[in-house]
Design a protein. Structure first.
Length: 246
């Protein structure tokens, strides 16, 4: 056990979560890289962080499953004695007409994207409350604010994360726990790989800063909410989106 701060990042094998884990490790955090299916990628990231002299562990859990999410938080508590920062990043997306979304697809979207946030947070906050400190950073989406056609289930789950953030910030404020939300715009990760070049070009046209976001743009926002400098900020939604939604 060390005095270093510890952070659990869900869905950190790839994309935004992976970059966030790397950034937090570079800042001196002991990081727990959660993954679901991408074991090899998670191991490679851990090895890269360890080789840089920082500290990281990997932990396999489907965060949509309450017992597995508890196992993830317990792993961090056993390893580091506390959870200073929880980044609820893991997510899935799907493009589908509302009329064609099956009940199973709806349930899975909500299970991973929204229940996962509940599962991880509830199992992290008990120790944060005892320690009278903690930071919970939830990754939503601009579509949780504005709504996206053909992503009603995704938009619904992401909007739920914003309500969750605001309500929990009020409840946990007296325990000195900050709960904030990041609502990314369009970020170049595997999640965007299903879009055609024509769709991507059309979306880019709509971005005042004239570029898509990169993983670092979101990792930097996480670093801000994880740092002491943001201690007076809670219940807020920060949207790094290049101006596509103002
Ligand atoms: P990504 O590249 O597709 O990566 C998704 C990550 O989530 C992977 O590490 C994946 O792990 C993990 N994951 C998925 N289901 C999981 C589960 N049941 N349990 C644990 N981990 C799970 O996506 P991304 O673009 O980095 O997105 C990260 C977050 O940002 C998501 O919440 C997403 O909705 C949000 N976001 C993304 C964008 C964007 O434009 N990319 C925009 C707004 C918001 P495995 O590979 O190990 O299964």
């Amino acid at each position: 056990m060390t005095n270093k701060r510890s952070a659990v990042i869900t869905g950190a094998s790839r994309g935004i979560g992976a970059k966030t884990a790397e950034a937090l490790a570079t800042e001196g955090f002991n990081v727990i890289i959660n993954y679901n299916k991408s074991e090899e990628a998670a191991k490679n990231l851990r090895d890269k962080i360890l080789a840089s002299g920082a500290n990281a562990d990997i932990y396999n859990a489907d965060i949509g499953d309450y017992v597995q999410a508890k196992g993830l938080m317990d792993f961090c508590l056993e390893k580091h004695g506390k959870i200073d920062v929880l980044v609820n990043n893991a997510g899935i997306s799907q493009i589908k007409l509302f009329t064609e979304i099956s009940v199973d697809e709806w349930d899975e979207m909500v299970r991973v994207n929204l229940n996962g946030v509940f599962n991880c947070t509830q199992n992290a906050v008990k120790s944060m409350i005892s320690n009278k400190q903690g930071k919970i950073i939830n990754i939503s989406s601009i579509w949780g604010i504005a709504g996206s056609s053909c992503e009603v289930h995704y938009s619904t789950a992401k909007a739920g994360i914003i309500g969750f953030t605001k309500a929990l910030a009020k409840e946990l404020g007296p325990s000195n726990i900050q709960v904030n939300c990041i609502a990314p715009g369009i970020i170049l990760t595997d999640m965007m790989s299903g879009f055609s070049q024509a769709d991507m070009d059309a979306m880019k046209e709509e971005i005042p800063l004239q570029r898509f976001g990169i993983e670092e743009d979101i990792a930097n926002a996480v670093l801000f909410f994880a740092a002491e400098k943001s201690d007076y900020i809670t219940g807020q939604v920060l949207s790094p989106n290049g101006g596509i939604l103002i």
